[in-house]
Structure formats: structure tokens, C-alpha cells
Design a protein around this ligand. Structure first.
Ligand code: AMP
Length: 212
């Protein structure tokens, strides 16, 4: 199964993608995670990407498309954070078609902007394993440390207030048109992204099962 998860930053794509990965046994491919790993490893690609990411802008298409090419595999995957614009959506379609695969589902998580700002501003990420917490809604058992692996929690540079606003603007300008791309292909499924994690996941399962 090939699935795309759309939604603004902070809409819960990463959290839901992990549950989808388990439920349908598909690989979770997150371009944001891959880029952050490249930055941690100080690769050329990571160093280029960092300049854009710190400003809340999109990393150049060529770099991101190249990065996912080898990761979209035969057993299927859930794409989280890709495609981010219509050009990337076209590239993905080309890549799948060339291998006689097709996209099965596109799920869009919808959350109001003010809620997104609240979620992202309080978000803390584990440096070691990438697990996410929220200072108010989902604090770790020990302040500053990951419940899973004990790694140190930090606030991503792009989770600061001014960058958050920039990322939301970029989403409206670049990524919202991707909805139309998939809507005309009859693939788009809108999901209310407000509520408890399990409730939202149940909505996804219901939509995806209903569409099969
Ligand atoms: P995310 O973790 O998905 O919120 O992504 C964090 C940042 O990585 C974004 O604000 C972009 O700068 C960059 N990024 C992630 N995915 C893409 C993509 N598909 N195209 C361009 N830039 C991306």
C-alpha cells in the first residue's frame, strides 16, 4: 500500500504515520526526519538543507526528490512530509508509474492554525530517537529527558514562533495546492486532525478501509 499523509506542520503526520506503519506493515518515510539525520551527519545535502529549514522554507525539490527515490519500495510506504508542492507530487506520480505502482490513499489532516501554533511552540524532540513530547499536553516523565531512550529533549530551530508562522505560510502557498492535485484524481480523504491520537487514527482507518 502506498499512502501520502498531507497536513500542515504540527497536524500530527509523524505520530499518525508511525501508527499506520504498524497497522499496515509499510515503511514510514519522513523527508523531515531524513533531512534532520543528514544535518546530524553533516553531509553536504544536510548542510544545504539546514539553511532552508532554519528559515522555515522548503528545501530545493531536486535534493528531496533524489532522497526519496530509493525509499519508495515494493512493499509500500506511508509518505510523511512529501510531496510538499505540486512539482514533487508530479515527481512521485512519475516514480510510481514507472514501476507500475500507484498511490492508494491520500489522507489530509486538518487542524486550525491557532491550534498548530500552540502544538508546535510546546513541542520537544528527542535528539537520539526523534520521539516527540509537548511541554503542556504530553510532558516526559523526567523533564528534558526522553521516556523511550533517556536522550536529551530539545526544541527544533524551526519550532520557534517566527519560523512556525513562516512554515504555515509556506504550507498555504506551496502545499495546499497539492490537495487539488489529488482531489481531481479522486484520492483525497479529509480527516479532522483535532482530538486524541487514537481517535484520529480511528478516523484514518475508517476512511482507508471504506475506500478499499
Ligand atoms: P517536517 O519535519 O516535515 O515538518 O519538515 C521540516 C522541514 O524540512 C520543512 O520545514 C522543510 O524545510 C524541510 N522539508 C521536509 N520535507 C520537505 C519536502 N518534501 N520538500 C522540501 N522541504 C522539505
Amino acid at each position: 500500500m502506498f499512502m501520502v499523509l498531507l497536513g500542515p506542520p504540527g497536524s500530527g503526520k509523524g505520530t499518525q504515520a508511525k501508527l499506520i506503519e504498524k497497522q499496515w506493515h509499510v515503511a514510514h518515510v519522513s523527508t523531515g526526519d531524513l533531512l534532520r539525520a543528514a544535518i546530524r551527519d553533516q553531509t553536504d545535502c544536510g548542510m544545504t538543507a539546514k539553511q532552508f529549514m532554519d528559515r522555515g522554507e522548503l528545501v530545493p525539490d531536486e535534493l528531496v526528490i533524489k532522497m526519496i527515490e530509493g525509499r519508495v519500495g515494493g512493499d509500500g510506504c506511508v509518505l510523511d512530509g512529501f510531496p510538499r508542492n505540486v512539482r514533487q507530487a508530479g515527481a512521485l506520480e512519475g516514480l510510481l508509474t514507472a514501476r507500475s505502482w500507484r498511490l492508494d490513499h491520500v489522507v489530509s489532516l486538518n487542524v486550525p492554525n491557532e491550534e498548530l501554533v500552540r502544538r508546535l511552540g510546546g513541542r520537544r524532540t528527542c535528539r537520539e530517537c526523534g520521539a516527540m513530547y509537548h511541554v503542556e499536553f504530553e510532558p516526559p516523565r523526567t523533564e528534558g529527558a526522553c521516556d523511550e531512550c533517556g536522550g536529551r529533549l530539545y526544541q527544533r530551530d524551526d519550532d520557534r514562533e517566527t519560523t512556525i508562522r513562516a512554515r504555515l505560510e509556506v504550507y498555504e502557498r506551496e502545499t495546499a495546492p497539492v490537495r487539488d492535485f489529488y482531489s481531481v484524481r479522486g484520492l483525497l480523504r479529509d480527516i479532522d486532525g483535532v482530538g486524541r491520537t487514537e481517535e484520529i487514527f480511528a478516523r484514518i482507518v475508517a476512511q482507508v478501509s471504506g475506500a478499499q
